[in-house]
Ligand binder design. Structure first.
Ligand code: GLU
Length: 451
């Protein structure tokens, strides 16, 4: 905070979590009553609604939820989406319950949140996180509508990350992984950064991915299929798989879906029970699993040049210091994994405007592009190149607009972080610069509203 010169007391106000609600409820399942405990924490309401995922994890606790809610505030402010920060969790191992049981548990949890004003389009908008996805969001939105039958017009905006059929948006599921790709591209393209030993793209670069859930899978897929990286290691909680030539990501995902594990995949060598996947030599390490994956003990053994924080809080405070002292560059979580909440913002706007993105102008743009193509053909006497035709003529489907909006936000946010570090080199690293950029905006908002 000393870089910011905040007025007396304001720093403390910004750090504190405004409220954390603990919910305990019972659900009758398997012929008996089961009790569940969950939390929804609201970190800052300087901007409303507040926003953040709900995770289902057996090791969740209130303190973790509060820390993650604070991170949401910082993330939203950094990328300039108009939300305060919130986070929720249910202490549950989703693998122990059938989909029908999970549905009943989720609906009960939603009722509890609704009773306390902790879900709603204008107050608090949950989203998927670890252990939750489209399915849980569909149950939540349905339960919210039932509980608020007189207020259905905007009800769909009460959660994001919904399936398309329930008011979701194209590209939300891939959004965090896509954002990771744009973050790395922005870093590499910026001549002020060291790049990868001066290299400005990922062609042939080796990448280790820890965590092969939604974020890790999509990041690995885009980095390998589109940017030419070799995914040499994928690590999970039961061990890791390795292939120096590059792991075929899609085939590994199919194997994981079929067998429940990445281990035993024929396209790579398996190391069962071995937790050292994250320590294997590589150019780029993408921790995309849980918090604290890189800590004081293994930080010394990390061999990457660049650590890209796709998970929330994957590098501990101590490990951050150790990595930086060893010359490792870190791209911080509040920037790298903001893709999820950015596309959530697009979804929320879509739900409130009740009109799909691009509906009004798509055909007009297509016709105009057709005219340009025809004019070019007439003027040059040549045919428009077939391989460019489709892309040029297409008027912009929702997925293209979402990706382009996300890319724009990720690029401009990187420019802000880079510019700040350029004028204030004493900030020293990207995380500090991102924090300063973000907190400055929150402080301005607090001062403007006079609290
Ligand atoms: N759970 C995601 C995150 O941690 C997404 C949050 C959201 O979309 O609201 O950023």
């Amino acid at each position: 905070m000393s870089f910011l010169n905040l007025p007396e007391g304001l720093a403390e106000r910004i750090i504190q979590c405004n409220s954390t609600y603990t919910v305990r409820f019972g659900v009758r399942l398997r012929g008996r009553m089961y009790s569940f405990i969950g939390w929804r924490s609201v970190h800052s309401e300087h901007c409303e609604p507040v926003k953040g995922g709900i995770r289902y994890a057996f090791n969740a606790d209130a303190e973790e939820v509060e820390a993650l809610a604070a991170l949401m505030t910082l993330k939203c402010s950094l990328v300039d989406v108009p939300f305060g920060g919130s986070k929720g969790a249910l202490k549950i191992d989703p693998r122990e319950w059938t989909p029908q049981e999970l549905e009943r548990i989720t609906r009960r949890f939603t009722q509890e949140l609704n009773k306390r004003g902790l879900i709603g389009p204008g107050i608090n908008v949950p989203a998927p996180d670890i252990g939750t996805g489209e399915r849980e969001m569909a149950w939540m939105v349905d339960e919210f509508r039932r509980a608020n039958p007189t207020d259905v017009v905007n009800a769909r905006a009460c959660v994001t990350g919904k399936p398309l059929s329930k008011g979701g948006i194209a590209g939300r599921t891939e959004a965090t992984g896509r954002g990771v790709q744009f973050a790395i591209q922005s870093f590499l393209r910026d001549p002020r950064t060291p790049g990868l030993d001066g290299r400005r793209d990922l062609k042939g670069a080796s990448v280790v991915v820890q965590g092969f859930g939604n974020v890790g899978y999509y990041a690995a897929k885009f980095l390998s299929q589109e940017d030419g990286a070799h995914i040499t290691v994928v690590a999970e909680r039961d061990g890791y798989v390795s292939n120096p030539e590059g792991i075929p990501v899609e085939a590994l995902k199919q194997h994981q879906i079929r067998s429940g594990s990445i281990l035993g995949f024929e396209g790579a060598k398996s190391f069962a029970g071995d937790m050292s996947g994250i320590e294997q030599p590589c150019d780029v390490l993408v921790p995309a699993a849980m918090e604290n994956a890189i800590h004081a003990v293994n930080a010394e053994r990390i061999k990457a040049q660049l650590v890209v924080e796709a998970a929330n809080g994957p590098v501990t405070f101590e490990a951050d210091r150790i990595l930086r002292s060893r010359g490792v560059t870190i791209l911080p979580d509040l920037y790298v994994n903001a893709g999820g909440v950015i596309v959530s913002y697009f979804e929320w706007v879509k739900n409130l405007t009740h009109i799909p993105f691009g509906l009004m102008e798509r055909r007009r743009r297509e016709r105009r592009n057709q005219t340009i193509a025809a004019a070019l053909e007439r003027m040059t006497g040549k045919e428009f190149p077939a391989e460019m035709r489709d892309e040029f003529l297409e008027g912009g489907a929702e997925i293209d607009l979402v990706r382009s909006g996300l890319e724009d936000v990720m690029r401009s946010t990187w420019a802000r972080i880079g510019d700040l570090l350029e004028v204030q080199p004493e900030l020293g690293d990207y995380r500090t610069a991102a924090y300063v950029a973000s907190i400055r905006q929150i402080a301005d908002a607090y001062e403007a509203i006079g609290i």
